[in-house]
Design a binder for this molecule. Structure first.
Ligand code: UDP
Ligand code: MG
Length: 136
């Protein structure tokens, strides 16, 4: 059974810098996602560290947080049946080199760190990430 879900998507600094945000949003809309909230913001390093806390023990954590806070990002709530999983499929693999044709990371990703897009990986994390950016 399909179920309407919400997930959090972030167009990362490398993509916003290349003015790809409009084109990426069109891809989501074409695939049937409703963008119910969105904002263009720049997060501080400390906010990036809070957002990516799950990765705090990873070797790439510091660079990842420095990168996410390095320029404007577009944060969106995407809504659709099975949004969490379908968004992960549309994003493609973390490393754009491994991403399948037709995915956002295959099309726009530059490298494993500059991979253009973030998406929540579970319903539980989607709720947390949506609260992080949109609950105030
Ligand atoms: N990342 C990185 N080096 C790695 C693994 C991940 O720079 O070896 C970055 C990459 O930008 C990725 C983010 O850390 O999108 C979060 O990693 P995760 O494993 O959660 O990948 P995702 O869920 O974004 O596909
Ligand atoms: Mg992840």
């Amino acid at each position: 059974m399909n179920k309407i879900e919400q997930t959090l998507s972030i167009i990362k600094p490398d993509a916003v810098e290349r003015n790809l945000d409009k084109e990426i949003k069109e891809i989501f809309k074409d695939k049937g996602f409703n963008i119910t909230k969105e904002k263009k913001i720049q997060v501080s390093k400390v906010e990036a560290e809070q957002f990516y806390k799950v990765h705090e023990t990873k070797p790439f954590y510091n660079d990842l947080c420095a990168y996410l806070s390095s320029g404007p990002i577009v944060v969106m709530i995407l809504e659709k049946d099975n949004a969490v999983l379908e968004n992960r499929e549309l994003m493609g693999a973390t490393n754009p080199k491994d991403a399948k044709d037709g995915t956002i990371r295959k099309k726009f990703g530059i490298s494993i760190d500059k991979n253009s897009i973030h998406g929540s990986d579970s319903i539980e994390n989607a709720k947390k990430e949506i609260d992080f950016f949109f609950k105030y």
